[in-house]
Design a protein. Structure first.
Length: 299
């Protein structure tokens, strides 16, 4: 185990092992799994301010989508000016496109510790007793590809974890798209000077009876190709939709304990996002008018 991770791994080991012993009278053979889930919940509570900040940032990105489109339309032919105006807009609103990555970056050390914890035979100079614990007979330190036979309990357990994890990632990505709608880049227009030159050239060629050229020389094209802009937009959308499923790939090469950690944290993220969207919708919904307190005056 790397020396710089020795102290946090030892602390995580003692915490998870103590939780396992505490939960054994209640959960029995599932005490170690319950301890990992409790450890994950504690981590998510610890970084909950970052998660809330990320959700607010993503909501702000969705709210600023019309203004970003307006900037794209206005400064689409001036990339440097557009970048400056966009950075100023995000600074005024106190948000950033990278706000959603803060919880992921904050969780990475904990996931690394959980991975190493179930890959080390000794922790803090003592035997790692967590390696002897299991879920339905499968050791928590086992990997998916370490199964001896196909279509065994080992494979069935891992495939079930992957299926549930993929479903949670799909739901989380769907809610994320509701929070931050995609912003399509505008199709770059031809500069007015180039358009006027082409118009004059077309008129001159029409008077001479010849066919006007369809486009100017390559040197006159100072703007990006619209087809490339659309292709880049589609590629960005594809990456955004595929990134949540990277968790399933990580779980396929991680120990079973780390896969349980990932399953718990994705479920927590989904619950956080649903609660945030529900509260945002409730705050945005119009309130019913207060009942009139004035009684009719009788003559």
């Amino acid at each position: 185990m790397p020396s710089f991770l020795g102290v946090p791994a030892a602390a995580a080991y003692h915490l998870v092992f103590a939780l396992t012993q505490l939960l054994t009278p209640i959960a029995g053979g599932l005490a170690a799994v319950a301890a990992i889930i409790a450890f994950t919940a504690a981590v998510r509570l610890l970084i909950s301010p970052l998660s809330l900040h990320a959700l607010r940032g993503q909501a702000a990105m969705g709210r600023l989508a019309p203004q970003v489109k307006a900037l794209q339309s206005r400064y689409g032919r001036q990339p440097e000016r557009f970048s400056q105006e966009l950075a100023a807009l995000y600074k005024r609103e106190g948000t950033s496109p990278l706000a959603g990555f803060l919880p992921l970056l904050a969780q990475w050390p904990f996931l690394s510790v959980m991975y190493l914890l179930f890959r080390s035979a000794t922790v803090d100079g003592a035997p790692n007793h967590l390696l002897s614990m299991s879920l339905f007979g499968i050791p928590l330190g086992a990997h998916w590809l370490s199964g001896a036979a196909l279509f065994s309990v080992h494979d069935a357990l891992f495939l079930a974890v992957f299926a549930v994890l993929a479903a949670l990632c799909w739901l989380s990505a769907r809610l994320a798209r509701r929070t931050t709608p995609a912003i399509a880049p505008p199709v770059p227009a031809v500069a007015p000077s180039v358009r006027a030159a082409q118009s004059r050239g077309g008129t001159r060629h029409a008077a001479n009876g010849s066919k006007a050229p369809s486009a100017g020389p390559p040197a006159a094209r100072t703007h990006p190709d619209p087809a490339n802009a659309i292709a880049n937009s589609k590629m960005a959308g594809l990456l955004t939709g595929a990134l949540p499923y990277l968790t399933v790939v990580i779980a396929a090469f991680a120990p079973l304990a780390a896969a349980i950690y990932l399953l718990t944290t994705v479920a927590w993220t989904l619950a956080e996002r649903r609660l945030f969207l529900r509260r945002a919708a409730r705050a945005a919904s119009p309130r019913p008018p207060a009942p009139a307190l004035n009684r009719p005056i009788r003559g």
